[in-house]
Design a protein around this ligand. Structure first.
Ligand code: SIN
Length: 344
């Protein structure tokens, strides 16, 4: 069940958080700090536990514990407590964390620009279409490309479709004009906001709530479970159900860590992850529906549904984001994605 968070989390310096968390996990797990598991896998992510990614990570932790009899321990660090958007991929490469699930939008900035194809506005009509791409040859090819950046791609997870939030309804391109909109570090997302006459401001996820609260940015795009669990509603009372883009994740590990494991542990971790991803993917649409229902009941939150004509105008206005991606990546990947959507 997704739950809103109304206040910014108390932030301590990251090194202190890491130390305290490590101790807390060890004590909560009923093991002494000296009792080391045979394999320790730290899984860091930036969202709340009651989101598709948070739930997937916890399921993975439980499955690995159960199937390894506690020999392999997964420690899950949610809410940017261990690493945030700015440093998590570097931490993975350096061996300071073993598993991450960054949003697909963040891999372009990490040297794999092909992932920005998922940011194209109105590319997918629904999650079934997304899966035709992520669960087929195109998805496998993209995961392989992560090897170029010393990351091992292990699988895809859905969150859902993004909706716009702001201090006013955002139903037409004219409504966006002049707004400073928080975006992830993706060229396609920045181009999309510029095409709407807004100013994109790239900020780490963990800093978004504070930036909205202090007025550094005026608007944001999020799936509803992230909007709700980050406690954005008090500063963003207008939520427009634009459904304009997809947000999903790739689970990645450090290839050196993976290579250090036995074949049996590979199999165990891979099958636990496959089951955890299936669980997260089953849950994503439910959590989205629950978040919508909860926002409908939240005093002060106003939900807006653009008309068909307004949606068409928004779709038309963001075409420059498509042109930009075609120019930077060429037509190949886009054709592959289109074919996957047609043929399944
Ligand atoms: C996430 O869901 O991991 C965060 C996405 C964002 O940065 O907006």
């Amino acid at each position: 069940m997704v739950a809103p968070r109304n206040n910014a989390p108390a932030r301590s310096p990251r090194w202190l958080r890491r130390t305290l968390l490590g101790a807390a996990c060890a004590v909560a797990g009923g093991v002494s700090l000296a009792a080391k598991p045979a394999v320790l896998l730290r899984f860091s992510h930036v969202v709340a536990p009651d989101t598709p990614k948070g739930q997937m990570a916890l399921r993975f932790q439980a499955l690995v514990h159960e199937r390894s009899g506690g020999r392999i321990r997964v420690e899950v660090f949610p809410d940017s407590q261990l690493w945030g958007d700015d440093d998590e991929m570097e931490a993975l490469r350096l061996g300071a964390v073993e598993m991450l699930a960054p949003s697909l939008s963040k891999f372009g900035n990490a040297g794999v620009p092909e992932f920005e194809v998922f940011d194209l506005p109105y590319l997918f009509a629904d999650l079934a279409q997304v899966r035709r791409v992520t669960q087929g040859a195109v998805g496998r090819g993209l995961l392989q490309r992560l090897g170029r950046q010393q990351m091992l791609g292990l699988g895809f997870l859905d969150n859902g479709f993004k909706q716009m939030s702001a201090t006013r309804p955002l139903r037409t391109p004219a409504d966006f004009r002049g707004l400073r909109v928080r975006v992830q570090a993706s060229r396609v997302l920045a181009a999309q906001m510029r095409a709407l006459g807004a100013r994109p401001v790239v900020l780490p996820f963990g800093e978004t709530q504070r930036a909205l609260a202090s007025g550094v940015v005026d608007a944001a795009e999020n799936p509803l479970s992230n909007f709700l669990t980050q406690g954005l509603a008090p500063w963003q009372p207008h939520v427009t159900l634009t459904q304009h883009g997809y947000l999903g994740y790739a689970v990645v590990s450090n290839p050196r860590f993976w290579a250090s494991l036995s074949q049996a542990d590979h199999r165990l971790l891979a099958s636990a992850l496959e089951d955890a991803l299936a669980h997260g993917n089953r849950l994503s649409a439910d959590l989205d529906r629950q978040a919508l229902a909860m926002l409908r009941r939240t005093p002060g939150v106003m939900l807006h549904e653009p008309s068909a004509a307004e949606r068409a105008a928004l779709r038309q206005a963001v075409q420059p984001a498509w042109d930009g991606l075609r120019r930077s990546l060429g037509p190949g990947l886009l054709n592959d994605v289109r074919n996957a959507l047609i043929t399944g």
